[in-house]
Write a protein that binds this ligand. Structure first.
Ligand SMILES: Cc1cc2nc3c(=O)[nH]c(=O)nc-3n(C[C@H](O)[C@H](O)[C@H](O)COP(=O)(O)OP(=O)(O)OC[C@H]3O[C@@H](n4cnc5c(N)ncnc54)[C@H](O)[C@@H]3O)c2cc1C
Length: 387
């Protein structure tokens, strides 16, 4: 990429994917601005798993030691039967997974991850209260306009605006994500509320028609997180502000192992979230406007790969852009899609099955992936090529 006049990039959305791609493109010399609809960045009460395929990317942003200071470093990921607690699978984590894949597996508060990635973004480029309402992708440089009347143009626009992406709607027409029929209750709360109870490092309790994942989110085990998946008729709202009924949640999990019930008893409040995904899209870009993260490949959270793959996208997109000048951007976006889509489609499909790690599972194709070094050529479907 010639640096005489930097490529100007507008990123729509300041989630994990938008911040990550903004940080990476800034590092290679692009002039980046981020436009986020929220009035302020809120610290949402939820945990997030970052597997080695994500932490290997974040390492290049200089975030590894900061994340290690904040995050919990689990030694095992355990799958258990919902009632007896019988172990059905153990994933060695800690040093074992780190030496296998060359990067750590970390469990943390979403707010800490978000804050960490934000710290890698140059100051002054994040513009809040900018809700995208339109994009003109064709004819010269693409333009975007916002609800407050702001109009901008850039050499490249990246829609990292989440599962209800306005960018996607503008490029390809409105289609709603598919409600999976399942609901996640989730919360973080002080571990001290559990009294003497110590939970295992990361456990997924598998019931016949529902599950719950429980883990610590801080290095010193001061905070606990859980997330559920269950069928609840008539609820299909996705909003961080939707409160769930803790007593109803406890009723759903009556009969689960006493450890699960003790965690639910200790939790003071919960949020409730409808789980959605989409089939892989036919295309991720038009001209010099491209999608990234949940905007192009939302998935159910059963492999904990949504943010991880958005972060991978950011690395590959920045590598593709680094290879070209301004007039090569649309070709670079096609290459980005060709490299990424087989992998994200395979993860979307596998996540939807909700069997990941229940029993012995080959995790190499997911956790062993390095978005900084994967060849920039059209990729094969990893499920087909690893079969
Ligand atoms: C229950 C649950 C558990 C999960 N657990 C994990 C996990 O453990 N590990 C993992 O890797 N992933 C996990 N995920 C997935 C992960 O949360 C998402 O995949 C990830 O947040 C997607 O990042 P993103 O940047 O693409 O989108 P988002 O994080 O949704 O960010 C989109 C941003 O765009 C903004 N925006 C939207 N519309 C506009 C507009 N019109 N104009 C301007 N800005 C706009 C939004 O306000 C938001 O800030 C989980 C998801 C769920 C539901």
């Amino acid at each position: 990429m010639s640096m005489s006049k930097p490529i100007e990039v507008a990123v729509i959305g300041a989630g994990m994917g938008g911040l990550a791609v903004a940080a990476m493109l800034s590092r290679i010399g692009c002039k980046v601005d981020i436009y986020e609809q929220a009035h302020q960045l809120a610290r949402i009460g939820a945990g997030i798993q970052q597997s080695p395929n994500a932490t290997v990317v974040l390492r290049e942003l200089g975030l590894e030691s900061w994340l290690r200071k904040k995050a919990f470093y689990p030694h095992f990921g355990v799958s258990k039967d919902w009632d007896t607690g019988a172990i059905t699978n153990v994933l060695p984590m800690g040093e074992a997974i780190e030496s296998r894949y060359g990067a750590p597996f970390l469990l943390m508060h979403r707010g800490d991850l978000h804050e960490g990635i934000l710290s890698a973004v140059p100051e002054g480029i994040l513009h809040l209260n900018k809700k995208l309402v339109g994009i003109e992708p064709n004819g010269g440089r693409p333009k975007a306009d916002f609800a407050d009347g702001t109009v901008i143009e850039a050499d490249l626009i990246i829609g990292a605006d989440g599962v209800h992406s306005k960018t996607q709607e503008i490029l390809f027409g409105k289609t709603d994500p598919v409600f999976s029929g399942r609901v996640a209750y989730r919360t973080t709360f002080p571990a001290s509320l559990m009294g003497e109870l110590q939970i295992a490092d990361r456990t997924k309790w598998w019931g016949p028609d529902k599950h719950i994942v429980i883990y610590y989110t801080t290095r010193e085990k001061s905070e606990v997180y859980f997330v559920t998946s269950l069928v609840e008729e008539g609820f299909s709202i996705e909003s961080w502000s939707t409160q769930g009924d803790v007593n109803m949640l406890r009723d759903h999990y009556a009969g689960f192992h006493p450890e699960v019930q003790a965690v639910l008893k200790a939790c003071p409040s919960v949020h409730k979230w409808a789980l959605v995904d989409r089939q892989p899209l036919a295309s991720w870009s038009t001209g010099s406007v491209a999608l990234l993260g949940d905007a192009c490949h939302p998935m159910t959270p059963y492999m904990a790969q949504g943010a991880a793959t958005a972060i991978e996208d950011a690395a590959v997109l920045s590598r593709c852009i680094q290879q070209v000048d301004r007039d090569g951007i649309s070709e670079a976006l096609k290459l980005y899609e060709a490299v990424r889509k087989p992998r994200t489609s395979a993860i979307q499909k596998t996540a939807a099955e909700n069997t990941w790690m229940k029993n012995k599972t080959d995790a190499d194709w997911v956790y062993g992936h390095n978005a900084w070094t994967e060849p920039l050529v059209a990729a094969a479907d990893p499920l087909v090529s690893s079969a």
